[in-house]
Design a protein around this ligand. Structure first.
Ligand SMILES: NC(=O)c1ccc[n+]([C@@H]2O[C@H](COP(=O)([O-])OP(=O)(O)OC[C@H]3O[C@@H](n4cnc5c(N)ncnc54)[C@H](O)[C@@H]3O)[C@@H](O)[C@H]2O)c1
Length: 398
């Protein structure tokens, strides 16, 4: 059972507190901090939190709590994490870990120097659909992973600081690309080194300095590619989708928008539908148990179970650092319009041999490229001549 210091009472402080305090388990938010007295006081009242403060150091150093959860704007993560590490507390920090890799590395160094438990709160790798998909991938159901496509788009964030690149570290890429990149890393393998990136970013809609759109390709050492797509100008709600392609299989996941739960109303929505939902009438796409669908309960279970058993959680500050390093390369590539290397001061992955299947031979002379069943019922083989490399077709059955 843990008594938790919650830093932040905004959207993520609310999701985290709903997750922790609404459950029957004994872990509870014990102290909450926000710089605005009115907000923090009413937040504490709403969620039955015994103590509140507008002083961050006081919240972190509270003698009764042993875990600090950082749910503050990106520009405060480093200060909060270093303070919590110095207080000797377990630290769990929301995404992105830093505004850039240098900040993330300073946070990683601080927790490792202090020897405290650290977890990177990347909820979207803990959604029920993601955990099940990862199991298929780990069991080999998809063969060798070749390509992961992950998409997060909505109409733009809810807080002022997100829109200022100095405070946030960037725009839609740093805000949402971080989710997609970590989803891709989990499927492609965290030991698979991200080598280089190609990225497009632009400001197509909003009157801001940051990018409101971005698409990136991350090439990993095995040759696999992670692809992210982010937008802060997508209409129609929040679209969270992943696709995984392997040599033996495919996974398509829709987490949020079109999940089989659709409501039509002419009278108006009459209440909360889901995060970033748009429109009052017509077809709505509600989410049954939002904190669950977004991965928060499984995430906190993993974090606190790992803390109790003295193990690493699925997501650590090192993961957050790698994600930041990939995003730094994306911003360089968006400027240079070239592939840019991912610069990792520290790489902890283990080299993984790429296991390619032995080629299938045909009549000694050929290698089978593909078998195709044609509409007229015939089966065709596409064959490569081993001696000449010439590719031929052969009809093998009627
Ligand atoms: N899915 C996710 O994991 C997810 C979702 C949303 C936000 N986040 C992350 O959570 C963090 C907070 O985002 P949010 O959506 O809750 O933002 P928000 O704007 O809704 O809330 C921010 C909170 O921080 C406090 N705050 C504002 N300025 C501060 C300052 N200078 N010093 C200390 N506290 C300050 C505010 O009072 C408020 O309590 C960000 O890092 C964001 O990227 C993660």
């Amino acid at each position: 059972m843990h008594k938790i210091t919650m830093l932040g009472t905004g959207l993520i402080g609310l999701f985290y507190t709903m997750t922790l305090n609404k459950r029957r388990g004994g872990d509870r938010v014990h102290v909450v901090y926000s710089p605005t007295e009115k907000h923090v006081q009413s937040f504490a009242q709403d969620w039955g939190i015994p103590k509140w403060t507008t002083n961050m150091a006081e919240a972190i150093n509270d003698p009764e709590t042993d875990v600090v959860v950082v749910g503050l704007p990106n520009f405060v993560h480093k200060e909060a994490v270093i303070m919590a590490a110095e207080a000797g507390k377990a630290v769990l920090c929301t995404k992105p870990l830093g505004r850039n890799a240098a900040e993330a590395k300073a946070m990683l160094d601080a927790v490792e120097k202090a020897g405290v438990f650290h977890g990177y709160l990347e909820d979207l790798v803990y959604t029920p659909k993601m955990l099940k998909s990862l199991q298929f991938v780990k069991n080999g159901a998809l063969g060798r992973i070749l390509w992961v496509r992950s998409r997060e788009t909505h109409g733009g964030p809810h807080g002022a600081w997100f829109w200022d690149p100095q405070l946030a570290g960037g725009g839609a890429i740093v805000d949402m690309g971080c989710h997609c990149i970590e989803i891709a890393r989990n499927f492609i393998g965290k030991d698979n080194r991200p080598v280089e990136v190609m990225c497009w970013a632009d400001t197509l809609v909003h009157p801001i300095e940051s990018e409101d759109h971005g698409i990136g390709l991350i090439r990993f050492e095995s040759g696999a590619v992670g692809q992210f797509e982010v937008s802060w100008a997508f209409r129609g709600g929040m679209d969270l989708r992943d696709e995984v392609a392997g040599t033996e299989g495919t996974i398509w996941v829709d987490h949020f928008l079109r999940t089989g739960f659709e409501v039509f109303t002419a009278a108006g929505r009459k209440g909360y539908v889901s995060e970033k939902a748009e429109g009052e009438t017509g077809w709505l796409f509600p989410v049954g148990d939002e904190v669950h669908e977004l991965g928060y309960p499984h995430m906190f279970d993993d974090m606190l179970n790992a803390l109790d058993s003295n193990q690493e959680p699925m997501e650590t500050f090192y993961d957050g650092y790698v994600v930041n390093a990939i995003m730094d390369a994306c911003y360089r590539s968006a400027q240079s319009k070239r592939w840019e290397p991912v610069e990792l001061e520290v790489w902890r992955g283990k080299p993984q041999p790429v296991e390619k299947k032995a080629p299938v031979e045909y009549e000694g002379q050929y290698i089978v490229i593909k078998e195709e069943h044609m509409p007229d019922g015939k089966t065709k083989l596409l064959l490569k001549d081993k001696a000449t490399n010439r590719i031929i077709e052969k009809v093998v059955s009627k």
